[in-house]
Design a protein around this ligand. Structure first.
Ligand code: ARG
Length: 568
């Protein structure tokens, strides 16, 4: 199904051709609804290019433009903008089509790709903390949206399950482990022994050396150390899985860094052979002498002591994803501190001849009320598990107050949907590059641009249907009359324009903000137009609008990874 925007854009470029003009400018939703629904700056752009009067050009184009079935006669405004206002009957027809469509008007992408999305990717032997929210929630939303648009998505959790920290973990395991504590809370105990070893190693060279020895043994495949390592990975995964279950996040593969171990020598060999890498002071490095900002930042792929590192693993990972998984694109949802790392990796991959579309999708930080990186009172990272539990607890308090008659099962279920939804939405509704201050009050508020507000709008719609004694609207044709109805129907038609836009610059906040506006339009409609008490045909048509509003809210939130309750 075609959107108004693409229909208008198509007709407009036909008119340009007829007027003997090249394609120019953009046809976009109007910035101010007083001027109509869509606008284009084409005449302004052409005027500048050709040194002609934009208003005259606009008239010339309009003389060739036939959009009478969709809009009122287009209007030239200001210096040469062309404004379009949709006709009510066109909105009625389009909204009817959307109503009958499973996909709510959203078309499949024209060319679909196989996309590996690398997101979440926590490190073993450390609990997931608040810093993992953004990558996990953002990556999951992008995966859902890409999949809905028809792309083949492979969700990959690139777990940090290998590295120098294991020398310390193994040393701690052998020398400091409290078995009972391990049984009570495995990950906490692993973190404790790791930290304590770290402290000792900082002051005691003997401990440092012992840790190094443990690491060498692990890397050489020593049985005892491998067993300890396996156990630590398994304990960490249990903790991660608990969080993923709460967040309703699922992975297709979780290779982890260790998966690439035996491929690392091959990577270095290949790069040396092709001349991309060279030996420098005993290490194997790739230099970027032709890129000014990287000129003094070589990428080391084999250290002087023969060890491989994070970059080597990522190069093996690129190869695996492209050659084995056959990915057309790889999206890395990883924080901004790794910008340099991925610049280097992508550049090396390009030199090796890989053509897949590699993207580093970065994001800002989550801050505490003091506007510094969010920490616990004792200055530690806030464990994600605790934070999510608290979100559910706080949501429960809110619903107990709002609706004291709910049974215990409902309370648990609804508190989880609202609490987790609030945390996710608060993140996704912001532009990903901006830092934000974490605020329970704001994210759990029933007013404003929050998940609970949107969930509440959905619940309200469901209660209309409960009152009507029907589960969904039965009609598939609309009769729109009141301006609030027409406005709501226009919004509902925009869903199909918004969803694909999210992927242009990886901005789920565009979808979030659309849903917020939709909920506002719904409330305005609901206040202006009685539904169950109105006469036919308005009654059925309005019920259908309610039904469609509920479906778009539910689907839109689902694309953000947020669930809706039936009541709250
Ligand atoms: N485990 C890494 C970290 O916590 C993130 C991994 C991101 N993915 C990758 N392919 N490097 O910083």
């Amino acid at each position: 199904m075609e959107t108004f925007q693409s229909l208008l854009a198509k007709k407009f470029s036909q008119a340009l051709a007829k007027a003997g003009l090249p394609n120019a400018g953009e046809l976009t939703p109007a910035t101010d609804s007083r001027f109509g629904d869509y606008q284009t700056n084409a005449a302004l752009v052409l005027g500048k290019q050709r040194g002609e009067n934009p208003r005259d050009l606009a008239e010339k184009i309009l003389a060739q433009l036939d959009v009478g079935d969709l809009c009122e006669p287009p209007v030239v405004a200001g210096a040469g903008f062309i404004n379009f206002t949709l006709r009510a009957d066109a909105v009625e027809r389009k909204a009817g089509e959307v109503l009958r469509d499973e996909r709510l008007g959203v078309a499949q992408a024209k060319s679909t790709r196989r996309i590996v999305i690398d997101f979440g990717s926590p490190n073993v032997a450390k609990p997931m903390h608040v810093g993992h929210i953004r990558s996990t929630v953002l990556g999951d939303a992008l995966a859902r949206i890409a999949q809905f648009l028809g792309h083949e998505v492979i969700r990959d959790n690139h777990i940090g399950d290998w590295g120098t920290q294991f020398g310390m973990v193994i040393y701690g395991w052998k020398n400091l482990l409290d078995r009972q504590a391990l049984q009570r809370n495995p990950l906490a105990e692993i973190v404790r022994i790791y930290k304590e070893t770290n402290q000792r190693a900082a002051t005691d060279p003997q401990v440092r050396e012992a840790c190094r020895q443990e690491l060498v043994k692990l890397q050489a495949g020593d049985k005892e150390n491998t067993d300890i390592w396996n156990e630590c990975v398994a304990f960490s995964m249990q903790d991660f899985d608990h969080v993923y279950k709460l967040l309703d996040v699922h992975y297709d593969i979780q290779c982890g860094e260790s998966f690439y171990n035996d491929r690392l020598p091959g990577v270095v060999e290949r790069l040396l052979k092709s001349g991309t890498a060279e030996i420098s002071e005993g290490a194997v490095c790739v230099f970027f002498r032709d890129i000014p900002e990287l000129a003094d930042k070589p990428c080391i792929i084999r250290k002087r002591d023969g060890g491989f590192n994070y970059a080597t693993t990522d190069l093996a990972t690129v190869d695996y994803r492209i050659n084995d998984l056959r990915a057309d694109a790889i999206w890395y949802v990883v924080g901004a501190p790794q910008i340099l790392h991925f610049r280097q990796i992508f550049e090396i991959a390009r030199r090796e001849g890989y053509t897949a579309d590699l993207r580093h999708i970065t994001f800002g930080s989550i801050l505490g009320e003091d506007r510094k990186l969010m920490k616990t009172r004792s200055g530690e990272n806030v464990p994600l598990r605790d934070l999510l539990d608290e979100a559910c607890r706080r949501a429960r308090n809110i619903i107990e107050e709002k609706n004291p008659d709910l049974g215990e099962d409902d309370r648990i279920d609804i508190a989880e949907k609202i609490g987790i939804g609030a945390v996710k939405y608060f993140d996704l509704s912001q532009y990903r590059m901006t830092d934000y201050v974490f605020s329970w009050e704001k994210m759990l508020s029933l007013q404003g641009n929050t998940a609970p507000y949107l969930q509440n709008a959905y619940v309200r719609i469901r209660s209309i249907f409960r009152k009507a004694g029907e589960s969904a609207s039965k009609i598939d044709r609309l009769a729109l009359d009141d301006p609030a109805e027409i406005n709501l129907a226009k919004r509902l038609c925009q869903f199909a324009e918004i969803v694909p836009q999210v992927l242009n610059n990886f901005r789920p906040n565009i979808l979030a903000n659309y849903l917020f506006e939709l909920a506002n339009s719904f409330h305005t409609f609901y206040e202006a137009c009685p539904v169950l008490k109105s006469e036919e045909p308005a009654r059925s048509s309005r019920l259908a609008l309610c039904d469609l509003s509920g479906r778009v809210l539910e689907r839109g939130l689902d694309l953000l990874g947020i669930k809706v309750p039936e009541k709250m």
